[in-house]
Design a protein around this ligand. Sequence first.
Ligand code: URA
Length: 435
Amino acid sequence: LIVDIRAIVLEKCGGGELSDDEIRFFVRGYVDGTIAEAQAAALLAGIFARGMSERELATLTHAMLHSGSVLSFEEHPQRKADKHSTGGIGDKVSIPLAPAVAACGVCVPMISGRGLGHTGGTLDKLESIPGFKVELGEDEIHRALDRTGVAFAAQTEELVPADRKLYALRDALGLVESIPLIASSIMSKKLAEGIDALVLDVKFGSGAFLREPERGAELARAMLKLAQSMNVRACVFQTAMDRPLGNAVGHALEIGECIDCLAGEGPQDLRQLVLLFGGEMLHLAGASPSSEQGAERIADAIDSGRAMGVFELVIREQGGDPRLLKDRSLLPRASDVEPWKASAGGTLGFVDNRAVGRAVVALGGGRRAKSDAIDPAVGLVWHRHAGERVERGDVLCEIHHRGGKGLSECRSLLDAAVEIGAPHALPPLVLARLE
Ligand code: URA
């Protein structure tokens, strides 16, 4: 069989359906370097514009999943669960969640992503912990799980290398908002983990990749089908991303907020999602009779300090310095902090939450090109929240910046993100649960 990538690109760009062989040929060739970046970019653009059938999506996901090795736990009888989100602004839930779930006896082999577009990535956030290593080999993942119950890992040359390459290329091209591209990216990573249970967090609102809840539900259904095909028990929550989650947006600042959450403190919306997802993970993995009882166990793991104890082990295991749990000055800190104030009195609203993410990218806290380094210290800390009454001159957030770099662009983006006006109803933090 002779397959030519140029014919595949033309077929998809013209709205045709690709055969299973063509999809497998593409994934194999892109990973081994025989298909060039420009050719892969053209095909991604075609998929972005034309979509994929259910069969094409299943084949793409399975080809990506098998582009490397799949974790196998034959000698590891413990139950395993994970959670993944479609990405957001200030979405740091995975970081306190994984140790809390492990503290309740369920392992979390978590393969995550880096920042994508205007959203921050779990891996980049963890790497703001000095020394923390996320590029783990399979042996290191198994050892971390044995010792701590958690492995925070990146896609590597061995593990879902297809997503490693396609994810970075989509970020550089700005080709993210596509149901088949998001579903295959998330599910290839998650299904490579050998897990029993999976909770998916599909965001909606102006900071989400798919703003409309209906499109989010379509993505949810596609991912649930893929989970079912691999016998993984899964459910989806649709949660609010029309406003930032928690107070901190920016890598090291968010790690600080995760530590607060594990100390039983910090913002309520973050804690609420950690308890909800953790309870569901315990239930789906068969470790709790109901998700409500699971959530109580997660709350207890946090409030007793056991979850923090696991996080300390995880930091140590993955090469970081656990002293930062007690001494935040060990986290990267921006040289300058300045307040951003309300220009009028009224009710605070976020009309374009995506611009909040872009404001942090402007400060250096995100990538504009594939090779960009991230400044982990910069970002925002919100003092006031959506739906609150504010007065002119109130500090809405603190901007943590590096000698003014990107500051005026950040301020303009914040102006575009926020509106102070009449009282309005906020969408619920948790809109729906699908399974
Ligand atoms: N998270 C992923 O892993 N991939 C996407 O495409 C979006 C969010």
